[in-house]
Design a protein around this ligand. Structure first.
Ligand code: NDP
Length: 224
């Protein structure tokens, strides 16, 4: 059975990816920050739980070493955080750095350290980004750090895609839609199950020639 690695598997969209891929019989490697979150995930099926805080770059590096030699059919770099839009205080500036670390730097380091695993399986690398990372689509402002972090994620993964043009893998950045989670809030129109079902369909449709795509959960191309 194929293997998928999902970051931030303990709740929200990540948890739903873990649930759906485990139900489909995949071997799932799910990262969480707190060991207690692992118990619920193991109940879904063949789920290996790894502790990983995306702010810990040394842990990310050694995580890649731990996976050495294991083919990975799919990476879903899902873990992410948001922040308010104000940027006046030192505290807000530090939060901006943290948002960049978790949303932009960490998924890019992770993709790089597991690239050989994904190559070995001729697999796929997916970043869960946001339409709010689109500079062209930014008509309403706000959410400064979050928007900037997803734009940086898109730029970084697009670069990975160009750098890995000859590798037999797919690389895409997916906007999940507006989803009812702790981050999306109760007013969001999509349930996690609907969003993840739709994104899995998009992921299934990717071929090795697909590199650096920026798509929504319906598979529509988004403007950079
Ligand atoms: P949630 O807030 O519900 O879940 C966030 C997940 O990220 C949790 O599993 C959380 O783990 C994990 N996480 C946060 N910080 C870290 C960290 N430092 N290290 C490791 N894991 C961490 O958000 P969603 O499920 O809604 O979001 C998932 C992804 O989808 C994010 O990248 C988000 O930006 C993106 N997205 C979501 C949208 C929405 O409408 N919900 C819209 C567009 C994009 P823990 O439980 O330990 O905190």
């Amino acid at each position: 059975m194929p293997t998928v690695l999902v970051t931030g598997g303990g709740r929200g969209i990540g948890l739903e990816f873990v649930r759906q891929y485990a139900a489909a019989g995949w071997n799932v490697v799910a990262t969480v920050r707190s060991a207690g979150d692992g118990d619920a995930l193991r109940a879904f099926g063949d789920v290996r739980v790894e502790i990983l805080d995306m702010r810990d770059f040394e842990a990310l590096e050694s995580f890649g070493e731990r996976l050495r030699g294991e083919p990975l059919d799919l990476l879903i770099a899902n873990a992410g955080i948001t922040s308010p839009g104000e940027m006046r205080t030192a505290e807000e500036a530090n939060r901006f750095l943290e948002v960049l670390a978790v949303n932009s730097v960490a998924p890019t380091v992770l993709a790089s350290v597991v690239a050989s695993n994904v190559n070995a399986a001729r697999g796929k690398m997916i970043a869960i980004t946001s339409q709010m990372g689109s500079i062209a689509d930014n008509g309403s402002g706000g959410w400064l750090a979050y928007r900037a972090s997803k734009a940086a994620l898109n730029a970084a993964w697009k670069t990975l895609a160009v750098d890995m043009a000859r590798e037999p893998i797919s690389i895409a950045m997916l906007h999940p839609g507006w989803v009812k989670t702790d981050m999306g809030g109760g007013g969001a129109p999509l349930a996690p199950a609907e969003s993840v079902t739709a994104m899995r369909r998009v992921i299934d449709g990717l071929g090795p020639g697909d590199k650096g795509l920026f798509l929504n959960h319906r598979g529509e191309t988004l403007p950079w």
